[in-house]
Design a protein around this ligand. Structure first.
Ligand code: SF4
Ligand code: SF4
Length: 56
C-alpha cells in the first residue's frame, strides 16, 4: 500500500519537501511516489492544491 499521485498533478512541488521519507520525485509527466518508500502518512495529500495524491 502507498499513496499514488494521479494525472491531476501540476508538478508544483509542494509535496516534495513535506514527505518524511523523500519518496516523491519528478516522473515522466508529473511527480511520482516510490511506493516501496511511502509510509502512508498523508502529508502529500494535505498540502496538494489539486488533491492528486490518494491512497491506493
Ligand atoms: Fe511521502 Fe507520506 Fe505522501 Fe507517502 S503519504 S509519499 S510518505 S508524504
Ligand atoms: Fe503534484 Fe500535488 Fe505534489 Fe503539487 S503538491 S507536485 S500538484 S502532487
Amino acid at each position: 500500500m502507498a499513496y499514488v499521485i494521479n494525472d491531476d498533478c501540476i508538478s508544483c512541488g509542494a509535496c516534495v519537501s513535506g514527505c518524511p521519507v523523500d519518496a516523491i520525485s519528478e516522473g515522466a509527466s508529473h511527480m511520482e511516489i516510490a511506493e516501496d518508500q511511502c509510509i502512508e502518512c498523508g502529508a502529500c495529500a494535505s498540502v496538494c492544491p489539486v488533491g492528486a495524491p490518494n491512497p491506493q
